[in-house]
Design a protein around this ligand. Structure first.
Ligand SMILES: [Mg+2]
Ligand SMILES: [Zn+2]
Length: 211
């Protein structure tokens, strides 16, 4: 589609509470309700050259609340609803696991469940993304931590209607009402001096100044 310089940068997006209303293990198509300003926000990111990648914890599959097929139908619906409004999701990654799950093969302590960065790492390889130039937008502490662990440049926390703990707000780079505001803020940061990618360290300094 586009031929931006490679590797590309991504906007990693949590799903529930960022794109669609948080409804607690949402999996029925009728429970997919786009939050206000989402199309505008995603459009802003897209125009700025961000590849849009959804990364969603789906422990409901491990818990047996819904099936992979139901999850996939919900995902197709989301992709189609957004595509109809000119938004292209490059990929949607999900973690179906939970250490306390009922479904035996999904009852694992995996590397992909946020706050771990496994989904972002996988996306970086599969989509040829530059994590250091990418951003994360989420509504929970686990989203912030996954972004940090993956080494993305900026992490935005959105309220999307619910209360946010002060400690979570402090852990993010910014706290904003929703995706539209977060997208605008993130794109504005491109004009900030320190938006330039850092120069490669000299070989003999690469291990210096840790922490
Ligand atoms: Mg969420
Ligand atoms: Zn997982």
């Amino acid at each position: 589609m586009n031929t931006l310089e490679s590797p590309r940068r991504a906007a990693f997006l949590d799903r529930d509470g960022v794109i669609n209303e948080e409804r607690g293990y949402a999996h029925r198509i009728e429970d997919f309700v786009l939050l206000p300003g989402v199309v505008e926000g995603l459009s802003t990111l897209q125009r700025a050259g961000y590849v849009l990648v959804v990364v969603t914890n789906q422990a409901g599959i491990a818990h047996g609340y819904y099936s992979i097929a139901q999850y996939e139908a919900f995902t197709r619906h989301m992709i189609e609803q957004l595509a109809a409004q000119g938004i292209h999701l490059a990929a949607v990654y999900h973690c179906p696991h939970h250490p306390g799950g009922l479904v035996n093969e999904l009852k694992v302590d995996c590397e992909c469940r946020k706050p771990r960065p496994g989904m972002l790492h996988r996306a970086a390889v599969e989509l040829e993304l530059d994590l250091a130039r990418s951003v994360m937008i989420g509504d929970k502490r686990s989203d912030i931590e996954a972004g940090r662990a993956a080494g993305v440049r900026l992490v935005a926390l959105v309220r999307s209607g619910h209360t946010v703990a002060a400690s979570d707000a402090a852990a993010a780079d910014v706290l904003l009402p929703g995706l539209q505001e977060a997208a605008k803020w993130l794109v504005e940061q491109d004009g900030v001096r320190n938006a330039d990618p850092p120069a490669a360290p000299l070989p003999d300094q690469s291990h210096a100044d840790v922490g």
